[in-house]
Design a protein around this ligand. Sequence first.
Ligand code: AMP
Ligand code: MG
Length: 408
Amino acid sequence: MKGCDCADEPLMPVEAALQQMLERLPPPLPSEAVPLDAASGRILAQTLYAPADVPAWDNSAMDGYALRFSDWRPGIGMSLGGRIAAGQVGGRLEGGQAVRIFTGAPLPEGADTVVAQEDCRLEQGQLLIDELSTGSHVRRRGEDSHAGDLLLAAGTLLRPTEIGLLASRGVGALEVFRRLRVALVSTGDELREPGEPLAPGQIHNANRPMLKALLEGWGCVVIDGGTLPDRHDVTRRELAALACEADVLITSGGVSVGEEDHIRNVVKELGGLHLWRLAIQPGKPLAFGEVRGTTWIGLPGNPVASLVTALVVARPWLWRAMGRSQRPPQPVVLPSGFGWPKPRVRAQFLRACLASGPDGSLAVLHGQQGSAQLAALSWAEGLVEIEAGRTFESGAPVRYWPLADLLS
Ligand code: AMP
Ligand code: MG
């Protein structure tokens, strides 16, 4: 952007804006050691390899009997010798015998097959098996992973699934990226905090608690910068102070074209405005820049626009700034349960839900799509993206972003 604020300037497509934003990532965050029990939701800062084979030895996948397959004959009884439970060691299988075995117990030396107890019978102390296939119900050494295999790459989000994997490999502590510190500010003389009474003309501050919850859910530490009045001097003082404390500064409101919108001017004075105004609805006033060397993301004031741009634009940038290297979630393509006869200049992100259609799920829209209407946002399970300039009839494929993917 060349210093021009003129509102007639063409709007920047979301993809192009994101690309420019990702060219301005801050340096990687430092790492810190945490115990596995405290690692959920953190981003792995080291690449981890399997320290040993898992399972470490052949073991039984069922409660039943272990034997050597070549000793078995259909309908001919086998004598029993021994009993091995989980936590015990396997011992040796005597020729022609079967051994009572339980799930997770090591196979005795010489055994290669397990028959489940429900697939055999005992008659006069002899084990009878009618059908058996070689190697059945045996979990082989190393079948889950081998010593030296890649377990998890640096940049992986540690979900309960990864915590389980690491626990099973005996990892008790690991290096994760320090949490991203995000200073969050709302702006507007009209705002009062939830719980406070409203005087005429005032509204409750929806964005501050909403964005705080969103950022914390993504694993950021939120520095609450409170609500700023629509005043240039206070805005300048507060943004300058917060920029020193945080890795990223996020504001809501005050980035439109009105005289009460001071944020962009302050950002220009304290650093620089890199982009402003995207071809997205809701969310056109989105801005990106820096304050005293700290990245600044200026979200729109209207709450739905604020949330949608946080999900669609801020999230992929924050994802990378947090150290995440996996590909962010992608939309699914579904038939639309509505037509779109009129092309729009801006890409649309519309509050939607799934409904059942003749051949599976359809994406259907909420009737209220105003950028201040939060009830429809809470109703929505996803956002339907409609590319700028597109028209289609009901049943045409559309990109559907499940909100659950974007919110986590
Ligand atoms: P602005 O971009 O500051 O002009 O704000 C656009 C609209 O969003 C106005 O109607 C504001 O009152 C409203 N708005 C701004 N910030 C918030 C907020 N934190 N919570 C709820 N509404 C807001
Ligand atoms: Mg305002």
